[in-house]
Design a protein around this ligand. Structure first.
Ligand SMILES: NC(=O)c1ccc[n+]([C@@H]2O[C@H](COP(=O)([O-])OP(=O)(O)OC[C@H]3O[C@@H](n4cnc5c(N)ncnc54)[C@H](O)[C@@H]3O)[C@@H](O)[C@H]2O)c1
Length: 374
């Protein structure tokens, strides 16, 4: 992530210092930036001259002291709270009081990281998506202590880098990693209940929902180990709320070392050799798609109800961060809020589980015949 973020900033015209505590990481970063710039040049998006000058603005350093005088420092080291706290305690004395310090953490509390600083008001989360050079979305997460000036400065800066920033409250999973949970969790639940196979669920979400990848092929692509760890971290941080609970199907796959594409086996076996004969779409496919979709809509509505982000930012985040075919709140409007409530309530009546509790916001909107985008 660090090399990608470096390249984005250098392409926006900034001089960037890249520090890594492992010298071999510089070799990898240098190669990947050069390769990526060459691809941009081949496609005619930048000239060879531009590629050279972008690369010339990147300084690979082996001493942290080199960051002295920087306006902005973005940390993207391993996802370990102690390691991050330690590096910030080393960074803070090296920079001036106006320098903004940021973390690219995916799952740690930005507020807790800020707590250890002398100047927590100039600390913020800047969460890029992988790969940073291609993904437009950036989640901006002010800590409780962050000053509003720092937040608006960073929003402007990230826009100037050609990215689309959205602002998220400092809560587990921020926007994307929280709202996307039911895409995996509900699909796993359907498989666990033996209502349908992974390939049938994938087909329903692709061909009816219009998602680029079905949940199981996507989990295999992300890595079941990574996907399970994100689910577990959101579940734990949300005080074990039942709708985020990890699935034993996925835990078993992780225990077996079947992480997906990278291990050659996950829900599918790789390289994919045998394609199941295409089945025609049935009412069952439709039911599966509706069930997963309304659970996603419910999650998006809850995020709005609890002020995690604005409705526009929630919809932007899911379309740009995970390529959903449509914003979920816009989708709710198109489906009809009352219909969404009816579908979620039907699940609740069937299972009598807290996980299927309809968002108060959706229920109120249905009662008052309101829509998200009026
Ligand atoms: N990989 C993703 O898809 C993704 C997406 C968004 C955010 N993130 C976040 O970005 C951060 C980095 O993730 P990654 O996937 O690039 O990890 P990575 O393991 O690929 O890279 C981490 C780098 O940090 C270096 N490093 C470790 N400890 C260090 C220290 N004390 N000082 C300096 N350098 C140190 C390592 O040498 C390594 O090059 C994490 O916080 C992660 O949660 C990752």
């Amino acid at each position: 992530m660090g090399s990608g973020i470096t390249q984005v900033a250098a392409m926006a015209g900034l001089e960037v210092i890249l520090y890594d505590s492992f010298p071999e990481a510089h070799v990898k970063a240098r190669d990947s930036i050069l390769q990526s710039l060459a691809r941009f040049a081949e496609k005619g998006k930048i000239s060879d001259e531009e590629a050279k000058s972008i690369f010339g603005r990147i300084y690979f350093v082996d001493h942290l002291d080199a960051i002295h005088g920087s306006d902005l420092v973005i940390e993207a080291i391993i996802e370990d709270e102690e390691a991050k706290q330690l590096i910030f305690s080393m960074i803070e004395p090296l920079v001036n009081e106006k320098t903004i310090l940021a973390t690219n953490t995916s799952s740690l509390s930005v507020t807790r990281l800020a707590k250890g600083l002398k100047h927590p008001e100039r600390f913020i989360g800047i969460h890029f998506f992988n790969p940073p050079v291609l993904m437009q979305l950036v989640e901006i997460i002010p800590a409780l202590q962050t000053s509003p000036e720092v937040t608006s400065q960073i929003l402007q800066e990230i826009k100037a880098w050609g990215k689309v920033p959205v602002t998220a409250k400092d809560t587990p999973g921020f926007i994307v990693n929280r709202i996307a949970r039911p895409y995996y969790g509900e699909a796993l639940r359907i498989a666990e209940e033996q209502i349908a196979t992974p390939s049938k669920i994938d087909q329903a979400m692709r061909e009816i929902g219009g998602f680029r990848m079905g949940p199981f092929e996507l989990m295999d692509f992300i890595g079941n180990d990574i996907n399970e760890a994100v689910t577990r971290s959101v579940w734990t941080a949300m005080h074990y709320e039942s709708r985020y609970r990890p699935s034993s199907i996925q835990v078993n796959l992780v225990n077996a070392g079947w992480f997906g594409r990278k291990t050659g086996k996950g829900y599918y076996t790789y390289p994919l050799t045998k394609h199941e004969s295409p089945t025609s779409l049935t009412a069952e496919h439709q039911n599966i798609c509706t069930r997963v979709l309304v659970m996603l809509i419910n999650e998006a509505a809850e995020a709005l109800y609890y002020g995690i982000a604005t409705k526009e930012d929630i919809d932007l985040a899911m379309t740009l961060g995970v390529n959903y075919p449509k914003g979920l709140l816009q989708w709710a409007d198109e489906t009809g809020i009352a219909e969404c409530v009816r579908q979620i309530d039907a699940l609740y009546y069937t299972y009598k589980e807290e996980r299927y509790r309809c968002s108060v916001l959706l229920r109120k909107m249905a009662e008052e015949n309101l829509t998200f985008y009026g």
